[in-house]
Design a protein around this ligand. Structure first.
Ligand SMILES: *[C@@H]1O[C@H](CO)[C@@H](O)[C@H](O)[C@H]1NC(C)=O
Ligand SMILES: *[C@@H]1O[C@H](CO)[C@@H](O)[C@H](O)[C@H]1NC(C)=O
Ligand SMILES: *[C@@H]1O[C@H](CO)[C@@H](O)[C@H](O)[C@H]1NC(C)=O
Ligand SMILES: *[C@@H]1O[C@H](CO)[C@@H](O)[C@H](O)[C@H]1NC(C)=O
Ligand SMILES: *[C@@H]1O[C@H](CO)[C@@H](O)[C@H](O)[C@H]1NC(C)=O
Ligand SMILES: *[C@@H]1O[C@H](CO)[C@@H](O)[C@H](O)[C@H]1NC(C)=O
Length: 701
């Protein structure tokens, strides 16, 4: 499917005078370098804040919205053009003719004055089976240039990055240097006053940034005031090989770090130039693994390299290997998604991949390592259980073994009793990213979602063990799992007044969807008990879960409605809700929820699906698109396709030009960026169908 966005063109008059195609869709924001919570650079495309999906004419931004200077210029037969960013006094913009995205790549095609064609590929590797590559917050930009009109042309290529990458506080003073290591030329720049484990407006306040390319003939470099360096190139086609001597603030005569490459005479054969942008942090995360003991965890990649320059040069040289692996992953995701539910589904899953993986950080050593997740934008928490839960289908599909690395910090914290032992339910999170320090102070406890998080931990732990056959993990954590189940036996049938994960909707007692999660989780524990030889527990929990699900069907369903459906909460027959928690029953094959309940919901949803998706419940026209896709995964094919296509339409028509938001208004009545959840890893939940053994309504009753 190719979409044309003619309506956007008037906004772009000064930069763009021809139109681009977009395939498979024009996303809300285009991932450029998206590999970790701190390497997260995008080009806003749709709606407010976006320019319609063009690489030139607008600055890239950090996920949180601040400008991240990244510029591209090219000279063809002595005439200069701009192909990325919005520099002052920019030379003529190139004409973008196509944009295509895959799971790991964003690919722009440019027509430069009818003379040459440029293909610019932004590749942020996703390598689920390969922890070394996964652990590196490094990303590629690959520029191919060839003749368009069949004639030879003389070409020079230019690109720079600004100090804006290195801190979200533009008054911070930077230092920089230039060098070369093992044939990789680099600019290195960093905050002079390093603040480990701190953030400035969500950007990291520590670590060294590198902008690199091959150290070959025809390369020149320069650091200096942005306009000076760029003008040097547009006038002369090469840089002066000099370093700006005055270390200063990011916004003080904006220092930029530029490379120019003389490509010589280009003809039929594409000439390729590779650039990498990298963030090297020796330590990545602080983690309290026992009371009073906060450990500094190194970035996992430091285990594989003697120093960061070796890592840099290795990554640079690895481009062809990793591009091959990523293209294979792209093909698999697209093919599997199309086979499961068609092109609209593939449009969504392929868009979700970098956003989901971009919230992760592998930290520790090869012997003891963890996979941390940042709850980007909604709270900045680390290891939020009810954010891991909507994210986790993508891991179940791509590499379920990684789930252990994500659950471990939560189990270590709670087995070690880092928190005062006053609560019997599962913790909500471990603190604020990148500080997983837990909540040892009883006066500042974490947010409470007792029923939600007990259910999530049980469901995710069993799912991990089923997919990997790691029954030992269940044995090791049996005591905690059993304790949380005790809580659910007490609390899940009649949930007290509390918030669910959809906390923006406020607290409510007797929430039908929350209750069913707890009940499914009790049955999950029955399976866990049976798998680990605790047969008495297994029998007793099975009995409890079965009796609860019977009662729940009386309490939570309006049988008299036409068509019948579950309610938002017990006793309120005029309400309805998205019963997304039954997804876990299918994923785990707990066979607790009757097929009739799946069928009833599947038949009901089409009455309430809005223009842009299936809302959460009666209270608001708001959707959580992750939960909508959980329900799609266990609906009949018709309903599934309706939910998926409505979300795909929203992706294409979104009024919000920011990394895809998951919580929005299904009528389009919340068109501004303010208040939305941006760039969250919960898009991993769009992989709900692919995480199931079989898709659709389960074959049991
Ligand atoms: C872009 O396309 C317009 C319309 O076809 C044309 O006038 C203009 O010269 C092109 N610019 C470049 C840089 O190719
Ligand atoms: C330098 O690069 C070469 C070729 O890519 C590679 O074989 C060698 O291992 C690299 N050396 C270091 C120290 O990274
Ligand atoms: C369940 O309720 C019983 C009786 O009130 C109580 O003793 C027990 O501690 C509760 N279990 C949990 C895990 O909260
Ligand atoms: C929950 O529902 C039950 C059964 O309808 C009712 O007895 C109870 O009062 C409700 N709890 C709250 C807090 O409203
Ligand atoms: C657990 O095993 C018991 C028999 O010991 C069986 O009755 C029960 O159905 C099993 N539960 C599950 C969820 O498999
Ligand atoms: C899914 O399929 C795999 C492989 O066929 C099987 O081992 C597993 O038990 C199935 N069920 C779940 C819940 O993963």
């Amino acid at each position: 499917m190719k979409f044309l966005h003619l309506s956007c063109l008037s906004l772009l008059a000064s930069f763009v005078s021809s139109e681009s195609t977009f395939s498979p869709a024009r996303p809300p924001a285009i991932p450029l370098a998206v590999k970790s919570p701190y390497l997260s650079t995008w080009q806003a495309a749709g709606g407010e804040g976006g320019n319609g999906g063009y690489l030139v004419g607008q600055w890239p931004t950090f996920w949180a919205g601040a400008i991240i200077g990244w510029t591209g210029l090219i000279r063809v037969d002595g005439q200069a053009y701009t192909w990325m960013g919005a520099p002052d006094n920019h030379p003529t913009p190139v004409n973008q003719t196509d944009f295509t995205y895959t799971s790991t790549q964003s690919i722009f095609t440019m027509d430069v004055g009818g003379k040459v064609t440029m293909k610019i590929t932004f590749l942020s590797p996703v390598t689920p089976e390969d922890e070394k590559r996964m652990s590196m917050p490094f990303s590629y930009m690959v520029v191919d240039v060839l003749s368009r009109d069949g004639k030879p042309h003389n070409v020079q290529l230019y690109t720079d990055v600004s100090g804006e990458w290195a801190s979200g506080d533009r008054n911070q003073v930077l230092q920089w240097e230039q060098g070369s290591h093992n044939n990789t030329a680099y600019h290195k720049f960093y905050r002079q006053n390093q603040k480990e484990f701190a953030e400035d407006n969500q950007q990291a306040a520590w670590g060294n940034w590198y902008y690199s390319t091959a150290d070959t003939q025809g390369l020149s470099y320069q650091s200096g005031i942005d306009t000076n360096v760029r003008t040097q190139f547009t006038k002369n086609g090469l840089l002066q090989n000099i370093k700006d001597a005055k270390f200063r603030a990011i916004n003080d005569g904006y220092p930029v770090f530029g490379f120019a490459k003389d490509l010589g005479t280009i003809y039929w054969r594409p000439v390729q130039t590779v650039f990498t942008i990298s963030l090297a942090q020796k330590n990545a995360i602080q983690f309290t693994n026992s009371p009073g003991n906060a450990e500094k965890l190194p970035s996992l990649w430091t285990s594989y390299f003697s120093d960061e320059l070796d890592a840099l040069a290795w990554f640079f040289a690895d481009k062809n290997n990793v591009a091959t692996a990523c293209t294979a992953l792209d093909t698999k995701v697209e093919g599997d998604s199309r086979a499961a539910a068609g092109q609209n589904y593939a449009t969504l899953t392929t868009l979700a991949v970098r956003q989901a993986w971009g919230a992760l950080c592998l930290a520790g050593t090869t012997a003891t390592k963890y996979l941390f997740l940042k709850e980007i934008s909604s709270d900045g928490d680390i290891q939020t259980v009810d954010v891991i839960f909507p994210f986790f289908p993508i891991l179940m599909y791509m590499n379920p073994k990684l789930m252990k690395l994500m659950l471990d910090p939560l189990y270590i914290n709670q087995n070690a009793k880092v928190e005062p032992p006053t609560v019997t339910y599962a913790i909500h999170d471990l603190g604020y990213y990148p500080n997983a320090l837990g909540f040892p102070n009883p006066n500042s406890p974490p947010e409470e979602q007792p029923l939600e998080e007990c259910g999530n931990m049980l469901i995710m732990t069993l799912a991990y063990a089923q997919k990997t056959s790691d029954v030992d993990y269940l044995r090791q954590n049996y005591a905690l799992l059993n304790q949380w189940t005790g809580f659910l036996v007490n609390e899940s049938l009649y949930p007290q007044n509390q918030i669910s994960t959809d906390d923006f909707a406020g607290p409510l007692p007797n929430q039908t969807n929350l209750a069913v999660k707890g009940i499914i989780a009790i049955q999950a524990m029955a399976k866990i008990a049976n798998m680990t030889g605790h047969t008495a527990d297994g029998a007793s929990y099975t009995k409890t879960a079965q009796s609860y699900i019977e009662k729940w069907q009386t309490l939570g369903i309006n049988h008299n409605a036409n068509p019948p459906h579950t309610t938002l909460n017990y006793g309120h027959d005029d309400t309805w809700g998205n019963l997304y928690n039954i997804y876990a029953d299918s994923l785990l094959e707990t066979q607790l929820v009757p097929k009739a309940v799946y069928q009833m919901q599947s038949d009901y949803y089409p009455q309430v699906i809005g223009k842009y998706g299936l809302p959460l419940d009666t209270r608001h026209p708001w959707i959580k698109s992750d939960w909508a896709l959980f329900s799609a995964a266990v609906a009949s094919d018709d309903t599934r396709d309706k939910i998926i296509s409505s979300v795909a339409i929203w992706v294409d028509e979104t009024p919000i030009g920011a990394p895809t938001v998951d919580w929005y208004d299904t009528n389009g009545d919340w068109p501004t960026k303010g208040g939305h959840f941006i760039a969250r890893p919960v898009l991993g939940g769009w992989f709900s169908l692919l995480a199931l053994n079989q898709t659709g309504i389960p074959n049991h009753n």
